[in-house]
Design a protein around this ligand. Sequence first.
Ligand code: OGA
Ligand code: NI
Length: 374
Amino acid sequence: MDISVASAGESLPGGSPNHDRLQELKAFDESKAGVKGLLDAGITKVPQIFLRPPEEVAADEPISGEMTPTQFRIPVIDLRDVAGDRSSVVAGVRQAAEAVGFFQVVNHGVPEKVLEDMVAVARGFHELALELKVEYYSRDITKKVKYRSNFDLYESKYCNWRDTLKCVMAPQPLDPQELPPICRDVIPEFSKQVETLGSLLFELLSEAIGLKPYHLKDLDCAKGHLLLCNYYPSCPEPQLTLGTTKHSDPDFLTILLQDHIGGLQILYQNQWLDVPPIPGALVVNIRDVLQLISNDKFKSVEHRVLANHKGPRVSVACFFTLDHFPSTRTYGPIKELLSEDNPPLYREILLQDFNAYYNNKGLDGNSALDHFKL
Ligand code: OGA
Ligand code: NI
């Protein structure tokens, strides 16, 4: 937005009329200290750039999740059964991917120690002295390892109460020396483990939709992944902002490790439903392009993270994505799934077009999928 227009009296998202938003965003960005830095500086109020517009808050009551349907729980799928009764696991995955878009997995094969270490080093990185973190602070889209607060800082209506370390792990192997020393051993191990789990999940999802086990992998869905180490500091006025604005994720699949704090919610039948932390479990969700190629059979569901007095909260998201690796492969509704009764709902896309559209839009509460509908 043009600041001269804004300072002429137009109300800005979340702020009062004459509040120089761009200036404040720049100062925040240039501090390179993230939201963590604000807390370290002793703030007791949420700064203006983080305020949700009052009309958004009003449209959103109650925020606490206490109105969520009591009987409904995000499905939990026990992957130990894969070796035995695979068809019942596939049925569970189908039901969850079609109806909810989110599920948790237990007995998934990633050792508990790896999960614990991963949460510890993600937290450890964000809690390093600022002088040890600043060298990683960047908004350069070509960088494979970078730390920053709010990827969409200058695009979004209001900032989120969250800092992130991003590491692009595959298909091009990342030289561990590029990682901050504190996570140099743990991140490659976690990455390897979630890659193996992702591979299994794509097989199960392929079978769940009635295709050969390798179908989604043959479409390169498991080929690339990145890790986001999210740090949600405690918030003095959590009702005024969000940890992560409502969004769905852009391309194939997310596997999320969350600590014990909670705050992740999904929008299910118009109600915000908590994704409760389960020790040792991983959260899985369908992403937009997987919904697109499934021709809406699988659902990419909107979710958000509440800000919280309690904190910090740490989460590590593994995104199966080819965001950093342009390709000429096009993605559209899978031909084998289409029929007269099930005509294609989307046009063929290039992943980089989808991701560019998503990233330029920022988290604005709207789905990027609509833009690619036929
Ligand atoms: C994301 C996301 C949820 C969380 O990174 O896309 O939705 O719990 N994260 O951090
Ligand atoms: Ni997400």
